[in-house]
Design a binder for this molecule. Structure first.
Ligand code: 13P
Length: 250
């Protein structure tokens, strides 16, 4: 039985004061969520503040991205060992906004995944197709390619214990979802692809759903066999709504 996980991706949002209010709100309600793991991913600069507020709770924190390099002359990058020093347990890699807006390709995403693992972070690997890719019927081809790039680099044992997030790009921030059955289809495809390499690892790995997940649709998504929780954007910016989603996973 896989324990559910709900991760909040706060993206490029928040002031120090706003982030403090949000973390305090989550802290206050977190004990009402017993059967799911919770993680929040603030911007890099807000991590120390959030770490201080959540240190004595069951809520973990992570980063939205991580460098593929461990140290050196890489201006603007943030390395996985630095995140570990701040108590991060997770790092999102390959979010579609990084892939599309900042040109991250499968090879770079795979290197970031490896960098996170080297430092002992749990990568949350994001995969997902564009709208025209879905409409052209190549969703599995795209998601399979994104997954294989990491499988080739890390091997199936390198994938073990990590988290995968399937986020159809057309569902992100649009209020549109394909519904639970359509989500389940792709989640099952991802698990089967991993199972072709190693059945036990596939059975244990958590596959989150992302893209317009909110309090009102979380329970039906999380009820699907291969949906092990959610990666939440907009709805993670309000403590009560985020906690409602976390409770839906319980
Ligand atoms: P929304 O929940 O705002 O659609 O964003 C999803 C997402 O991109 C999480 O990583």
């Amino acid at each position: 039985m896989r324990r559910k996980l709900v991760a909040g991706n706060w993206k490029l949002n928040g002031t120090l004061a706003g982030v403090e209010r949000l973390a305090e709100g989550i802290r206050a309600g977190a004990q009402t969520v017993s059967a799911a793991d919770i993680v929040v991913c603030p911007t890099f600069v807000h991590i120390p503040k959030v770490a201080g507020l959540l240190a004595d709770t069951s809520v973990a924190w992570g980063a939205q991205d991580v460098s593929d390099q461990d140290e050196g002359a890489y201006t603007g990058e943030v390395a996985a060992p630095m995140l570990v020093e701040l108590g991060c347990r997770y790092a999102i890699v390959g979010h579609s906004e990084r892939r599309i807006l900042y040109g991250e390709d499968d090879a770079l995403v795979a290197r970031k995944f490896l960098a996170a693992r080297r430092a002992g972070l749990i990568p949350i690997l994001c995969v997902g197709e564009l709208l025209d890719e879905r409409e052209s019927g190549i969703t599995e081809q795209v998601v399979g390619r994104q997954l294989d790039a990491v499988l080739e680099a890390a091997g199936e044992t390198g994938l073990a214990g990590s988290v995968i997030a399937y986020e159809p790009v057309w569902a992100i921030g649009t209020g549109r979802t394909g519904g639970p059955e359509q989500a389940q289809e792709v989640h099952a495809f991802i698990r089967a692809r991993i199972a072709a390499r190693d059945g036990t690892i596939a059975e244990r790995i958590r596959i989150l759903h992302g893209g317009s997940v909110k309090g009102s649709n979380a329970a039906e998504l999380f009820a699907m066999e291969d949906v092990d929780g959610g990666l939440i954007g907009g709805a993670s910016l309000k403590a009560e709504e985020f906690l409602t989603i976390c409770r839906a996973a319980s």
